[in-house]
Write a protein that binds this ligand. Structure first.
Ligand code: ADE
Ligand code: ZN
Length: 337
């Protein structure tokens, strides 16, 4: 089954580029940029990857992002992820970045966006994957900061497909960003948001109603509200689920307790993603593998998850049937093998 998963064509829709910063790269960039780290070695840093909860993870994640300083750093980060994604048969990636985590340290938005988008262009030219950029606002900062970030990004809007919302969820409900998302949508940007990761199912409904998002990032706590699950299924609102992340951040004690299969069975468009793979013990294929093992999924069900990833993507509607047909063909040949 591992080989089947490795060969399955797929899209990744929930990936924080800063979360692909591997410990070795943290140390290499710290040296290059003269940034002092409070860890003696790569191993000491890796040992710190034992998280109590989302906030505990975010503290380390923001600390590590400080080694990203130049346009070249962002280029290298995205190139490394896209090469890895290609090895995992990811054909398309929709990549989150956190501008405020960089601009608040004095790094220019231009360095971030130019570096990332140059890497994305080069990777696509060299055979893929294709990719899109989604600019996330930090929800634990004031809405005014998010609005100022959206204003500052006006010069680079052609590089972005959409906006998102991430960082510490509890106590920062989606409604806080209603005007920011309204403005972003009026500028032609698509909208997604993290909701129902550590926050309650009510935040998922609020993100749908007030931010008018097209996909929910995580959304696992929707399982606590039957009517909401029925709404997600009925309106075909996809969830970008990140299984290893949910275990590592102790949202669920283990995969058996995870609602992914129950959501699938309820007809929700579920996708499988890696979130912050350098921190959570695996990239996309590792996430498919833990789901397959926990729920004994067959090739058809794994194929469905991959088809969902293209259906839920921001690729053009005309382009989707071919991608989906490719998966059907792959599943068929593998079943015959
Ligand atoms: N930023 C990076 N990873 C995140 C996650 N899992 N939840 C919220 N914000 C994040
Ligand atoms: Zn995330």
């Amino acid at each position: 089954m591992d080989e089947f998963i490795a060969g399955l064509p797929k899209a990744e829709l929930h990936l924080h580029i800063e979360g692909t910063l591997e410990p070795e790269m943290v140390f290499a960039l710290a040296e290059r940029n003269g940034v002092k780290l409070p860890y003696a070695s790569v191993e000491a840093l890796r040992r710190a990857y034992d998280f109590r909860d989302l906030q505990n993870f975010l503290d380390l994640y923001y600390q590590a992002t400080q080694v990203l300083v130049t346009e070249q750093d962002f280029y290298g980060l995205a190139r490394a992820y896209l090469a890895r994604a290609r090895d995992e048969n990811i054909r398309h990636a929709e990549i989150f970045f956190d501008p405020q985590a960089h601009t608040r340290r004095g790094v220019s938005l231009g360095a971030v966006v130019e570096g990332l988008s140059a890497a994305m262009k080069d990777a696509a030219r060299e055979g893929g994957p294709t990719s899109r950029l989604i600019m996330c606002f930090l929800r634990d900062l004031p809405a005014e900061d998010a609005m100022a970030t959206l204003d500052a990004a006006s010069h680079w809007l052609d590089r972005m497909s959409g906006v998102g919302l991430d960082s510490a969820e509890a106590g920062n409900p989606p409604g806080k960003f209603t005007e920011v998302f309204e403005r972003a949508r009026s500028l032609g940007l698509r909208a997604v948001a993290h909701a129902g990761e550590e926050g309650p199912s009510a935040y998922v409904a609020e993100a749908l109603d007030r931010l008018q998002i097209e996909r929910v990032d995580h959304g696992v706590h929707a399982i606590d509200d039957r009517a909401l699950v029925a709404r997600l299924a009925g309106e075909r609102i996809p969830l970008t689920i990140c299984p290893l992340s949910n275990i590592r951040l102790r949202v669920y004690p283990d995969m058996r307790a995870h609602p992914l299969k129950r959501l699938m069975d309820a007809g929700v468009v579920v996708t499988v993603n890696s979130d912050d793979p350098a921190y959570f013990g695996g990239y996309v294929n590792a996430n498919y593998r833990v789901v397959q093992e926990a729920f004994a999924l067959g090739r058809g069900e794994l194929g469905q998850l991959a088809k969902n990833s293209f259906a839920a993507s921001f690729l053009s509607e005309q382009g989707k049937p071919d991608r989906i047909a490719e998966i059907d063909a792959y599943v068929k040949t593998q079943q015959a093998a």
